[in-house]
Design a protein around this ligand. Structure first.
Ligand code: FMN
Length: 186
């Protein structure tokens, strides 16, 4: 699979079935994230790969209602960072940007391996810290939900979620976000 195909194949699928998680898989994903660029090579990202059954179950309480579908996943990756792990240049704070890029690499590699790797914001960061033992001053930026896309749609999904399972949610037209040579008030 080339990069463009991985980008096109990546989807935030929600209808999942379990997949085997190995330490080799985790090393592979972390190894791809690790090669991402970062300001001054600060590498501000930290990842907690949660895959033991008991830990997955303990985490079930911290997801928002609309994210009940995550219970069929086989791994949750807590993506962490902290402002002072990375460059702060006047008002420009880079830790989330750099951690996001590294996470995108991880997600694309998971896609290449035939997995679903779906980032979410619908969880309690505080409960995540409690369950995973993360200090208060470290941000829980996202949880990436990992599993395999199921062949039949899981009935736990809402109608809206079923629609986006079948068809990728629409994107803005280029006119909305692409500028050529100069910015303009469109
Ligand atoms: C930061 C972020 C937070 C998201 N939070 C959730 C979430 O809480 N629950 C969910 O089902 N999907 C979540 N998504 C997935 C988006 O809804 C999805 O990426 C978007 O609808 C586009 O669909 P696609 O990724 O399949 O192209 C999130 C995605 C991102 C990047």
């Amino acid at each position: 699979m080339d990069v463009k195909e991985a980008i096109q194949r990546r989807r935030a699928y929600r209808s999942l079935e379990p997949v085997e998680i190995t330490v080799d898989l985790i090393k592979d994903l972390a190894g791809c994230a690790q090669l991402s660029a970062s300001c001054n090579n600060n590498q501000p990202w930290r990842f907690v790969f949660v895959y033991e059954h008991d830990m997955l179950t303990r985490m079930h309480e911290l997801f928002s209602k609309g994210n009940a579908w995550v219970k069929n996943a086989s791994m949750y990756i807590a993506v962490l960072s902290k402002k002072d792990y990375d460059c702060i240049i006047n008002e420009r704070v880079y830790h989330q940007f750099d951690t996001g890029m590294a996470t995108a690499f991880l997600i694309l590699r998971a896609t290449e391996l035939g997995l679903v790797a779906h980032p979410i914001a619908g969880y309690s960061p505080q409960k995540t810290r409690e369950v995973l033992g993360i200090p208060d001053d470290i941000e829980v930026i996202t949880l990436v939900i990992v599993g395999e896309h199921s062949k039949t749609i899981n009935p736990i999904l809402s109608e809206k979620q079923i629609v986006s399972e079948k068809q990728r949610p629409e994107r803005f037209s280029f006119e909305k976000f692409v500028y050529l040579n100069k910015y303009s008030n469109k």
